[in-house]
Design a protein. Sequence first.
Length: 138
Amino acid sequence: MSESEGKWDFFVKLCRILKAELLEDTFTSNPKRVARIEKRLIESFGILDASNPKPHKIVVRFPADPYYKLIFIEKKYHNSQKISMDKKGNIVLSMNVPIGIDLVNWVLSWPEAVVVEPKELKEDLREVARTLTKKYGI
């Protein structure tokens, strides 16, 4: 929580803290702000999401391979994450998360993944593909 700007909450990686000092001051948390932070952590997919993220139902399909099932059973990428299998045995992962650069990069990290919905995420991925095509050619 920012001391100088009451409306700002910051999320930082502990490994980025270069120096810490213990002061005599006493900190009293504001329950409304703590609730706001907890809500954001639950609703967000990544640190770069908007301040008031708007969750969307995201559905991503992965190949019918025990490897993917094991990964998504062992690792939870979001608290809303659910996995199922389609008729062909493919792993179907669904989450309710905001569409943002963190989610786009996450999907791109799985080249074998296919976004089923929503169309907004598909369009963001198409835009990345257009940018990469311009930059690197076909």
